[in-house]
Write a protein that binds this ligand. Sequence first.
Ligand code: TGC
Ligand code: FAD
Length: 398
Amino acid sequence: MSEEKRNFVDEFESPDHYHIDDLLTEEHKLIRSSVRDFVKKEITPFIEGWAEKNHFPNEIVKKFGEVGAFGPTIPLEYGGGGLDYISYGLIMQEIERGDSGMRSTASVQGSLVMYPIFAYGSEEQKQKYLPKLGSGEWLGCFGLTEPNHGSNPSGMETHFEDKGNHYLLNGAKMWISNSPQADVAVVWAKNEEGRIHGLIVERGMEGFTTPETHGKWSLRASCTGELVFSDVKVPKENLLPGKNGLGAPMGCLDKARYGIAWGAVGAAMDCYDSARRYALERIQFDKPIASFQLVQKKLAEMLTEITKAQLLNWKLGKMMDEGKATTAQISTAKRNAVEIALNIAREARQIHGGMGITGEYPMMRHMMNLESVVTYEGTHDIHLLILGAEITGIPAFK
Ligand code: TGC
Ligand code: FAD
């Protein structure tokens, strides 16, 4: 299934109203341009067909490995890219400019599978899993959410017992990106004392299944499913020894949420770029619609919001590099970027009139995708409450 969009030329140019490129190094720009070229060649000509057919293109996993999309900040010796957080952000921005589901595949693999193994794993675990995940030989997934516990992962029911020479794992995870195709899953489960630990579960372990979730109108080119554990014997060496408690999965989420903040701006840029071109070409009342004040208002507001979000992301990236970014700062950027991207997708869709509802243009797909992005990795309201707790010192979750 590699149906290419007929006569499709991806002419995307990124807006840079405030010369933010001046803040980037030559290496950053090189990385961005190589991932942008990759997206123009390997994703945008095919993405509408994949999304329409609800198809996850397996072959993209190896290609992501080759272009360095998996684990950009993980050291080179473990199969990562050895890059800084601005580079990581730019890679996510470019991939999500193509499609949020494609970015999901990359950010789950890098931030939610490779990162916990790198940060909390034993040396043997790092050697065994990271190079294969970094190269795209293996695909991974991250199991935190459960049918009864989404925003409140601390209530999770998935649990394991110590059986002497192995752990016995039981329970189920839901809404797991990559799960139906994953070779390995980083699974968060409670031990007999109720303490949360990470376990590496491999496809093929008896009692472990990954049913696919059907009927999604969002992220249709990304595969989503469950993780079901029925008396799965997990070898003891598969427990992540370096960290336990809810802070362990939350530490991974900080990295992934950071990537989403950049990614959502990529989707917003794509919608803006398409709307600007269309407005200049489309003639109504004998003039390009770009000449009408109301259309200019829409474009001007889009560019203003994109510029603010770009600056927020760049500064957050610098704080990530310095190890100073707080969870609330990451929540602020993720929440803001997804909100502005959703608004821009809707406004850009309107500028395209009726044409905007077709797959000839990317807005409807971005808009539907962003409805997942505004929910996963912490919902829009949970991020607001994280910020509210930091401002007031009073957590309002319970
Ligand atoms: P709370 O009492 O606040 O904290 C419990 C313990 O966790 C620690 N902690 C963190 N540690 C490091 N980094 C963070 N970001 C942390 N957040 C919390 C905290 O310090 C405490 O540690 P300790 O040692 O004192 O026990 O926990 P709570 O139960 O009240 O919940 C807080 C809340 C609601 C903010 C949090 O649970 C939350 O963010 N909920 C949203 C859940 C979520 O984001 N799920 C995402 C699932 S993965 C996903 O969606 C992938 S989609 C990927 C894709 O396709 O791209
Ligand atoms: P709920 O927690 O039931 O929330 C429902 C509504 O209630 C929301 O509007 C929420 O904001 C609100 N709400 C909940 N608690 C509060 C509160 N205290 N105060 C105010 N409002 C509140 N999870 C993984 O572990 N791994 C993955 O790879 C993964 N991939 C995903 C892919 C997709 C396509 C989707 C849609 C989800 C994915 N998720 C994944 C799960 C995702 O993280 C959860 O959907 C999300 O955390 C919200 O949980 P929930 O869906 O159970 O909603």
